[in-house]
Design a protein around this ligand. Structure first.
Ligand code: FES
Length: 167
């Protein structure tokens, strides 16, 4: 709640008009749930309760149906996460090529564990299932970018670049 109990509107007008454009592309409104969640998360930083309600209202489903959809997608987050979200694959192909060492290295370098976020909000870390990048094992995804054939040195270079504000 904001000043004098007014509810603070977190969903911008730009996002609302984006939602209108996306929904118009689908013959069935409910087919737009995932793209709406992704666009909403991109703007807000996570999938907030307000975002779930807004999407449910727009595509004319119950909020629980939006919640159920969220559970299928590891890229959707219900809690705030860091600006750069490290998702390290530890499934078989990656595991056989050193994923556990990569995960441990990320934990040491970032000072956080699975599903944690650094105090400055810059990085989050999580261990995930196969990213579909097995040919480049060990692999990880940081937001929408893939990093393959990882080594501790490559991880260090990436962290240094992101700390400097690089993409
Ligand atoms: S097992 Fe890691 S990307 Fe497939």
């Amino acid at each position: 709640m904001g000043f004098r109990g007014q509810k603070i509107e977190m969903i911008s007008d730009a996002l609302k008009s984006k939602f209108d454009q996306v929904i118009a592309h689908y013959p069935s409104k409910r087919s737009a749930i995932v793209p709406l969640l992704v666009f909403g998360q991109d703007e807000i930083g996570h999938v907030s309760g307000e975002l779930v309600e807004e999407i449910a209202r727009r595509v004319e489903v119950r909020p629980i149906e939006v919640e159920e959809t969220i559970g299928f997608y590891s890229m959707l987050h219900r809690r705030p996460i860091g600006k750069h979200n490290f998702q390290v694959c530890t499934n078989v192909s990656c595991m056989l090529r050193g994923a556990e060492e990569i995960m441990a290295h990320c934990e040491r370098r970032l000072g956080i564990g699975h599903k944690q976020t650094t105090a400055d909000g810059l990085f989050s870390l999580e261990e995930v299932e196969c990213l579909g990048a097995c040919c480049g094992a060990p692999a990880m995804q940081v937001n929408y970018d893939f990093y393959e054939n990882l080594t501790p040195e490559k991880v260090d270079a990436l962290i240094a670049r992101l700390k400097k504000g690089g993409a």
